[in-house]
Design a protein around this ligand. Sequence first.
Ligand code: PRP
Length: 208
Amino acid sequence: MKPIRIALTKGRLEKDTVELFEKLGFHCEELHNKGRKLIFQVPDGNLEVVLAKAADVITYVEHGVCDVGVVGKDTIMEHGGSFFEVLDLGFGRCRFALCGPKGKDFYKGYAVKTIASKYPNVTRRFFAGKGMDVEIVKIEGSVELAPLLGLADGIVDIVETGSTLRENGLEVYEDVAPITARVIVNTASIKLRKQEIEQLLSKMEAAL
Ligand code: PRP
C-alpha cells in the first residue's frame, strides 16, 4: 500500500517528533543519518517522511502532496490555511508574548506604538482584540534587536526559556498565546485514507 506521507518541521521540533516515532516502534535510522537527503522511508510505519521549514509543512499539507504534518501552533496561527488540526502533541512548548525593555510601562501614553515581529498576523489580531492601533514592522530574525535599536516599543515573539529576553534587558509585558506542536491533516486525505490516518493518530496519542 502507498505510504502515508508526513511532513515534519525541521529544527526545534525535529528531535521530539523522531523520538515520538521511535516510541511507536518505528525504526528511524534514515532520519538520524540524514546527510543531504530530503525524503526518508520509515518502512515499518509505512511512512514517507519529508523534512521541511514550518511554513512549508503547511503548504505541502494544504496542497495534498503530504497527507499529514507536524508543525508548531505559532506557524498555524500566523499562516492559517485549510487543513484539519487534529492533535496537540504537547512538546515544543513555548508561548507568544508581548515583550519590551525592562521596567517600562508599555501601555502608558497615547502615541501609536510600534511593534516588531516575525508574526505580523498574530500581532495584528492581538492588538485588534484590544481595540488598540499599532504600527507593525516585520522583522525576519532576532526580533529582540528592534527595541534595543530604538525601532520598536515592543515585540511580539516566541518566548521559551526567557534567556534571550533576560540577556538583552527585555521582559514579558503580557502573554499572547500558548504554543505546542500540532498534527495537521490534508482535507482530502482525512476522508480518503481515514483508517490509516486514524490508526496513526491514535498510536501517537497513546504514546504521548
Ligand atoms: C526564538 C525567538 C526568540 C528565542 C526565544 O528564536 O524568536 O528569539 O527563540 O527563546 P528563549 O526564550 O529560550 O530564549 P529562534 O531561536 O527560533 O531563532 P530566530 O528568531 O533567530 O529565527
